[in-house]
Unconditional design. Structure first.
Length: 108
């Protein structure tokens, strides 16, 4: 083994932006995997990272981060809904709504 011990995660030292980016990485990968169990694990990791980003961002009061968190919650909800987890999806749609998420309209 290269390291004598397991390296602890520096997750607690991440900024709100970094934590949101980590959540989006988990979410992007959850969209890509085909194994439904891996999808759920990545959704869970996304939820944890978003919760942490939300908690950290309260101290900084950065509106851009808040909007990013809301959009990620909406994206997570849509993914869960597409995998037949409607109750869980509704919970995340509600969180997105509470953070003021407004779906962007595409002009044609």
């Amino acid at each position: 083994m290269l390291f004598g011990a397991v390296i602890s995660s520096p997750r607690d030292t991440l900024s709100p932006t970094q934590t949101l980016e980590l959540a989006n990485i988990y979410l992007d990968n959850a969209h890509k995997v085909t194994d439904p169990y891996l999808t759920l694990v990545l959704c869970h990791d996304t939820e944890l990272a978003l919760s942490q980003a939300k908690k950290i961002s309260k101290r900084f009061k950065v509106q851009v981060i808040r909007k990013g968190i809301a959009k990620a919650y909406d994206n997570l909800a849509r993914l869960l809904d597409s995998h037949d987890y409607p109750d869980e999806a509704q919970s995340f749609f509600k969180k997105a709504d509470e953070l003021g998420y407004v779906e962007e309209q595409v002009l044609s």
